[in-house]
Design a protein around this ligand. Structure first.
Ligand code: UDP
Length: 430
């Protein structure tokens, strides 16, 4: 048996226990938490480092067996906004190093999520002489190529290009993202590892539609389209509203996600719905806790996704695991599933007309697949399997770059010392 690993997981800009479906919290949080839980269950020790957002937030919280969240201070009076965080990478790295040394820890590897964490992880990797593996989750070059929403900062694209070459390994959640990394940043395919996202099958499985509708107060007779995710131009909710206008009058749309009525994107979408004459047929729920989503999937007839870009797209998979057919644009894992004719996965070009035609086709077919068949077809996407793939990539990166015990204090995770604020690393001082 290989020895269990001690992993520093960096999720700096987004708290893994934040409100899913709001601005900066989504699939990455689900992915980070699920991987950490599985690794902890398998006996590995995982510390997830994230930005401290409120002064009264605890420095260290136990999350699950062998998994802790450690909040770190940026050294600024007010926590910096997501796009400014990279300017404080050295302070954040110093705060993590302070925690490590105060607690006499040694990490075998750093797994950074998103480019901001990648920059902090690069500094730590140099200091600790440990490998850094990175999952970018999305790529600035890809997001910018869709021309949806505001362009990503130039620093982000530059940093991703550098990190692609400095990281010991890159993890991607689907084949398409591997191709994107090679195309956008000339990444070395040999160093890219596939670690797909997964589904919690205990949570997401076929359930009774009528019971779910009663519970949520939805009409028994409506034909319900569902779409879940942060409200953003990139997610294509505008196309779904336009598609709704091309569907029969008994078709309704439930949009889950966003920051509620004050959310500017929700207001924009409501105006679009009013202009398209379908305002009365669209329900905005705001963000809904993950544990309550099974009822929404169960209540739906068809799940619709019209994103312009996804680096994976957990929601489509959750819908299929819940036994609901999906009409989708060719993005992320749905592109792969659609191409291999996965039961329940109907690929379109994402235009309103194509989405509406997809919905009609599924309705006319009266669903060739049973919910159980759709569910079973995505059985390979389990979190234990994803964690095993990530661990294999970790071990590969460690083998490639044997550590030289430069910072190997005694390894003891008992009673962590309290976090004492950022202390700049001498090696990082400019
Ligand atoms: N989610 C949620 N509540 C919401 C909206 C989204 O729990 O109101 C969850 C959703 O079920 C999925 C994740 O957030 O697990 C979104 O991941 P996805 O990969 O689809 O999108 P991303 O946020 O990464 O762009």
């Amino acid at each position: 048996m290989p020895k269990p690993l001690t992993i520093a997981m960096l999720s700096i800009h987004s708290s893994p226990v934040g409100n899913l479906g709001t601005r900066d919290t989504g699939g990455m949080s689900v992915y980070v938490l699920a991987l950490a839980h599985e690794m902890g269950r398998a006996g590995h020790e995982v510390d997830i480092f994230t930005l401290r957002r409120h002064p009264d937030e605890r420095a260290v919280s136990a999350l699950a067996s062998n998994v802790r969240i450690v909040t770190v201070d940026s050294g600024q009076p007010v926590p910096p906004a997501k796009n400014d965080l990279h300017r404080h990478a050295d302070d954040l790295a110093a705060a993590i190093e302070t925690f490590r040394s105060d607690n006499g820890l040694a990490y075998d590897l750093i797994h950074s999520h998103y480019w901001v964490s990648g920059q902090v992880g690069r500094l730590l990797g140099e200091r600790w002489k440990r490998p850094q593996v990175i999952t970018f989750h999305t790529l600035a070059a890809m997001k910018n190529s869709t021309r949806q929403g505001k362009p990503e900062p130039v620093e982000r694209q530059r940093a991703e290009r550098q990190l692609v070459h400095s990281a010991d390994a890159l993890l991607v959640a689907c084949q398409r993202e591997k191709e994107n990394l090679e195309k956008c940043y000339a990444a070395d395919p040999e160093r890219i590892n596939l670690v797909p996202g997964g589904v919690d099958f205990e949570r997401f499985h076929p359930q009774d539609r009528a019971a779910a509708r009663r519970r949520l107060g939805f009409d028994r007779k409506d034909f319900i389209l569902l779409s879940i995710g942060r409200l953003a131009a990139l997610k294509g909710q505008a196309q779904i509203i336009a598609a709704l206008a091309q569907c029969d009058d008994d078709v309704r749309l439930v949009l889950v996600g966003g920051d509620g009525p004050a959310d500017r994107e929700q207001q924009r979408l409501q105006q679009l719905a009013a202009r398209a004459g379908v305002a009365a047929r669209v329900v905005f729920t705001g963000s809904i806790p993950h544990r309550e989503l099974p009822a929404y999937y169960a209540a739906a007839d068809v799940y619709v996704q019209a994103s312009h870009y996804e680096s994976f797209g957990l929601v489509g998979l959750e819908a299929l695991a819940s036994g609901r057919p999906v009409v989708t644009s060719p993005v992320g894992i749905m592109a792969t599933l659609g191409q291999r004719q996965q039961p329940g996965c109907h690929l379109t070009d994402g235009s309103p007309a194509a989405l509406a035609a997809g919905v009609r086709a599924l309705r006319d077919d009266a669903f060739v697949w049973t919910p159980e068949e759709i569910h079973e077809a995505v059985g390979e996407f389990s979190w234990p399997r994803a964690a095993a793939a990530a661990l294999a990539a970790y071990r590969g990166a460690i083998r490639q770059r044997p550590s030289d015990a430069a910072c190997d204090p005694p390894h003891d995770r008992g009673s962590p010392a309290s976090h004492s604020g950022p202390r700049r690393m001498a090696a990082l001082d400019k």
